[in-house]
Write a protein that binds this ligand. Structure first.
Ligand code: ATP
Length: 190
């Protein structure tokens, strides 16, 4: 078991969480572990259940909610997403620092727990840049893009609340954002 605090990384969709976390995990292969979230959204090409997410049906997800299996869960873009207590425990049991990649509503719920997590917010340079990243990724268009940008507005507002996060990093230059993220995380887990 590790006693290091879990790290919660949140950001508007498309800001670069996955990009930065892949780099962090590759640079420190034995240090971190992802808690594998549950979702009712359909897998994207190349995603597999148990690795990227636990892909479940809406009734399965609702039954886990009823069993209090989640530390946090949220409905986002018409799909449920949640982090189970078991998923976080599995990471700590392997002696690794658990990294949680979650949305704003999830952040608010984790804040109510006694996990002692550290909260990092990754900020896009602007909403316009965020729109370009989402369009460039090619996974979003039309209504889904519009909803993500609207959600991003709310997340940026929440990030302004004093104490909402322990660390805010602007993801403009990728190398600079990565260096800042790595330095902060290594300092709080050592
Ligand atoms: N600093 C950066 N400069 C330019 N492009 C970037 C930067 N960081 C990430 N990107 C690009 O922006 C797109 C979105 O990044 P990514 O998929 O990592 O976002 P995310 O926050 O994980 O999104 P989601 O929450 O929807 O999974 C990707 O195409 C990625 O290559």
């Amino acid at each position: 078991m590790t006693s290091a605090p879990p790290i919660v990384l949140s950001a508007p969709s498309g800001t670069g969480k996955s990009t930065l976390l892949s780099r962090l995990f590759a640079a420190h292969p034995d240090k971190f572990g992802f808690s594998v979230s549950h979702t009712t959204r359909a897998p994207r090409a190349g995603e597999s259940s148990g690795a990227d997410y636990h892909f479940v049906t809406v009734p399965e997800f609702e039954s886990l909610i009823a069993d209090d299996a989640f530390i946090e869960h949220a409905r986002f873009n018409d799909n449920y997403y949640g982090t189970s207590i078991a998923a976080v425990r599995t990471v700590a049991e392997k002696g690794r620092v658990c990294v949680l990649d979650i949305e704003m509503e999830g952040v608010k719920q984790v804040k109510k727990t006694d996990l002692g997590a550290k909260f990092v917010f990754l900020k896009p340079p602007s909403l316009e840049v965020l729109r370009k990243r989402l369009e460039g990724r090619g996974t979003e268009s039309g209504e889904s893009l519009r909803r993500r940008l609207e959600a991003a507005r709310l997340e940026l507002e929440f990030a302004e609340v004093p104490g909402a996060h322990d660390k805010i990093i602007v993801n403009d230059d990728l190398d600079k954002a990565y260096a800042e993220l790595e330095e902060y995380i290594l300092s709080v887990i050592s």
